[in-house]
Design a protein around this ligand. Structure first.
Ligand SMILES: [Zn+2]
Length: 184
Protein backbone atom coordinates (compact mmCIF):
# COMPACT_ATOMS: atom_id res chain seq x y z
CA UNK A 1 0.00 0.00 0.00
CA UNK A 2 1.08 3.66 0.22
CA UNK A 3 4.81 3.70 1.08
CA UNK A 4 4.75 7.32 2.20
CA UNK A 5 2.38 6.94 5.15
CA UNK A 6 3.17 5.03 8.29
CA UNK A 7 0.18 2.70 8.06
CA UNK A 8 0.24 -1.10 8.04
CA UNK A 9 -2.57 -3.60 7.61
CA UNK A 10 -3.19 -6.66 9.76
CA UNK A 11 -5.06 -9.37 7.88
CA UNK A 12 -6.47 -12.72 9.00
CA UNK A 13 -7.15 -15.56 6.58
CA UNK A 14 -9.30 -18.69 6.66
CA UNK A 15 -11.85 -17.91 9.43
CA UNK A 16 -14.20 -17.28 10.92
CA UNK A 17 -14.20 -20.15 13.41
CA UNK A 18 -15.53 -20.21 16.98
CA UNK A 19 -12.29 -21.70 18.33
CA UNK A 20 -10.23 -18.68 17.37
CA UNK A 21 -11.95 -15.68 15.79
CA UNK A 22 -13.63 -14.45 19.03
CA UNK A 23 -10.23 -14.41 20.75
CA UNK A 24 -8.75 -12.40 17.89
CA UNK A 25 -11.60 -9.91 18.17
CA UNK A 26 -10.99 -9.61 21.89
CA UNK A 27 -7.28 -8.86 21.44
CA UNK A 28 -7.93 -6.32 18.66
CA UNK A 29 -10.53 -4.60 20.86
CA UNK A 30 -8.13 -4.50 23.81
CA UNK A 31 -5.64 -2.55 21.71
CA UNK A 32 -8.33 -0.55 19.92
CA UNK A 33 -7.14 -1.59 16.45
CA UNK A 34 -8.91 -2.75 13.29
CA UNK A 35 -8.00 -5.51 10.86
CA UNK A 36 -9.20 -7.18 7.66
CA UNK A 37 -10.58 -10.73 7.70
CA UNK A 38 -10.37 -12.72 4.47
CA UNK A 39 -13.04 -15.29 5.19
CA UNK A 40 -13.72 -18.68 3.72
CA UNK A 41 -17.36 -18.53 2.57
CA UNK A 42 -18.12 -21.97 3.97
CA UNK A 43 -17.04 -20.85 7.45
CA UNK A 44 -18.91 -17.56 7.29
CA UNK A 45 -22.08 -19.40 6.25
CA UNK A 46 -21.67 -21.89 9.07
CA UNK A 47 -21.02 -19.18 11.67
CA UNK A 48 -23.08 -16.15 10.61
CA UNK A 49 -22.92 -14.76 14.15
CA UNK A 50 -19.13 -14.55 13.86
CA UNK A 51 -19.36 -12.78 10.51
CA UNK A 52 -21.81 -10.32 12.08
CA UNK A 53 -19.54 -9.83 15.10
CA UNK A 54 -16.50 -9.06 12.94
CA UNK A 55 -18.51 -6.59 10.88
CA UNK A 56 -20.10 -4.95 13.92
CA UNK A 57 -16.67 -4.39 15.46
CA UNK A 58 -15.71 -2.27 12.45
CA UNK A 59 -13.25 -4.65 10.81
CA UNK A 60 -13.14 -5.13 7.05
CA UNK A 61 -14.29 -8.36 5.43
CA UNK A 62 -12.64 -9.94 2.41
CA UNK A 63 -13.45 -12.94 0.24
CA UNK A 64 -11.16 -16.00 0.35
CA UNK A 65 -13.40 -18.18 -1.89
CA UNK A 66 -16.19 -20.44 -0.61
CA UNK A 67 -14.18 -23.67 -0.45
CA UNK A 68 -10.62 -22.31 -0.05
CA UNK A 69 -9.86 -23.38 -3.61
CA UNK A 70 -6.42 -23.70 -5.13
CA UNK A 71 -6.60 -21.54 -8.26
CA UNK A 72 -4.06 -23.55 -10.21
CA UNK A 73 -6.01 -26.76 -9.70
CA UNK A 74 -9.42 -25.27 -10.53
CA UNK A 75 -10.89 -24.18 -13.84
CA UNK A 76 -11.64 -20.49 -14.08
CA UNK A 77 -15.39 -20.91 -14.36
CA UNK A 78 -15.57 -23.01 -11.17
CA UNK A 79 -13.21 -20.67 -9.35
CA UNK A 80 -15.17 -17.55 -10.16
CA UNK A 81 -18.46 -19.25 -9.28
CA UNK A 82 -17.02 -20.33 -5.96
CA UNK A 83 -15.85 -16.78 -5.23
CA UNK A 84 -19.31 -15.47 -6.16
CA UNK A 85 -20.94 -17.98 -3.85
CA UNK A 86 -18.76 -16.69 -1.01
CA UNK A 87 -19.60 -13.14 -1.93
CA UNK A 88 -23.33 -13.75 -1.60
CA UNK A 89 -22.56 -14.11 2.08
CA UNK A 90 -19.58 -11.80 2.52
CA UNK A 91 -20.68 -8.83 0.36
CA UNK A 92 -17.23 -7.40 -0.25
CA UNK A 93 -14.99 -6.12 -3.03
CA UNK A 94 -11.78 -7.36 -1.36
CA UNK A 95 -10.43 -10.69 -2.57
CA UNK A 96 -7.42 -12.79 -1.58
CA UNK A 97 -6.70 -16.03 -3.44
CA UNK A 98 -6.07 -19.02 -1.14
CA UNK A 99 -2.34 -19.84 -1.03
CA UNK A 100 -1.68 -16.49 -2.67
CA UNK A 101 -1.86 -17.90 -6.17
CA UNK A 102 -4.34 -18.10 -9.00
CA UNK A 103 -4.43 -18.16 -12.78
CA UNK A 104 -4.24 -14.95 -14.75
CA UNK A 105 -7.69 -15.71 -16.23
CA UNK A 106 -9.14 -15.98 -12.71
CA UNK A 107 -7.57 -12.70 -11.67
CA UNK A 108 -8.91 -11.02 -14.79
CA UNK A 109 -12.43 -12.39 -14.27
CA UNK A 110 -12.53 -11.32 -10.62
CA UNK A 111 -11.29 -7.84 -11.44
CA UNK A 112 -13.96 -7.52 -14.10
CA UNK A 113 -16.47 -8.49 -11.42
CA UNK A 114 -15.30 -5.50 -9.40
CA UNK A 115 -12.98 -7.27 -6.97
CA UNK A 116 -9.71 -5.79 -5.77
CA UNK A 117 -7.05 -8.41 -5.12
CA UNK A 118 -4.84 -8.14 -2.06
CA UNK A 119 -1.87 -10.37 -1.34
CA UNK A 120 0.62 -9.57 1.45
CA UNK A 121 4.28 -8.78 1.93
CA UNK A 122 4.76 -9.96 5.53
CA UNK A 123 4.07 -13.64 6.12
CA UNK A 124 4.14 -14.50 9.83
CA UNK A 125 4.39 -18.29 9.25
CA UNK A 126 1.94 -18.70 12.16
CA UNK A 127 0.71 -22.00 10.66
CA UNK A 128 4.20 -23.48 10.72
CA UNK A 129 5.05 -25.39 13.93
CA UNK A 130 8.77 -24.93 13.20
CA UNK A 131 8.47 -21.19 13.85
CA UNK A 132 8.65 -20.07 17.48
CA UNK A 133 6.85 -16.91 18.60
CA UNK A 134 10.24 -15.16 18.82
CA UNK A 135 11.12 -16.16 15.27
CA UNK A 136 7.74 -15.02 13.92
CA UNK A 137 8.05 -11.69 15.70
CA UNK A 138 11.53 -11.16 14.28
CA UNK A 139 10.20 -11.83 10.77
CA UNK A 140 7.55 -9.15 11.31
CA UNK A 141 10.11 -6.72 12.70
CA UNK A 142 12.50 -7.30 9.83
CA UNK A 143 9.99 -7.19 6.97
CA UNK A 144 7.46 -4.55 7.99
CA UNK A 145 7.65 -1.14 6.32
CA UNK A 146 5.19 1.62 5.45
CA UNK A 147 2.16 0.17 3.69
CA UNK A 148 2.90 -3.44 4.63
CA UNK A 149 0.15 -6.04 4.64
CA UNK A 150 0.76 -8.62 7.36
CA UNK A 151 -0.94 -12.00 7.14
CA UNK A 152 -1.99 -14.20 10.05
CA UNK A 153 -4.50 -17.04 10.21
CA UNK A 154 -7.57 -17.49 12.40
CA UNK A 155 -7.42 -21.22 11.77
CA UNK A 156 -7.10 -24.29 13.99
CA UNK A 157 -3.64 -24.96 12.63
CA UNK A 158 -2.26 -21.52 13.48
CA UNK A 159 -4.28 -20.40 16.45
CA UNK A 160 -2.02 -21.38 19.36
CA UNK A 161 1.01 -19.60 17.95
CA UNK A 162 -0.97 -16.75 16.38
CA UNK A 163 -2.79 -15.82 19.60
CA UNK A 164 0.56 -15.47 21.38
CA UNK A 165 2.09 -13.55 18.51
CA UNK A 166 -0.74 -11.10 17.87
CA UNK A 167 -0.40 -8.93 21.02
CA UNK A 168 3.38 -8.80 20.57
CA UNK A 169 3.01 -7.67 16.96
CA UNK A 170 0.47 -4.98 17.83
CA UNK A 171 2.61 -3.70 20.71
CA UNK A 172 5.70 -3.57 18.51
CA UNK A 173 3.85 -1.80 15.67
CA UNK A 174 2.46 0.77 18.10
CA UNK A 175 5.89 1.33 19.69
CA UNK A 176 7.32 1.91 16.21
CA UNK A 177 4.60 4.49 15.55
CA UNK A 178 2.62 2.59 12.93
CA UNK A 179 -1.11 3.19 12.50
CA UNK A 180 -3.16 0.08 11.79
CA UNK A 181 -5.54 0.44 8.87
CA UNK A 182 -8.16 -1.68 7.18
CA UNK A 183 -8.14 -2.51 3.47
CA UNK A 184 -10.92 -0.99 1.40
ZN1 LIG B 1 -6.15 -19.35 3.13
Amino acid sequence: MNPSSKVVYLTFDDGPIPECTPQVLKILAQYGVKATFFMVGENAERYPELLAQVRAAGHAIGNHTYHHLKGYKTCTHTYVQDAERANNILQTTLFRPPHGRMKYSQKKALRLAGQTIYLWDVLTHDYNPCYSVEKMLSVVQRCTRNGSIIVMHDSLKAKDRMLLLLPLVIEWLQREGYQLGVLD
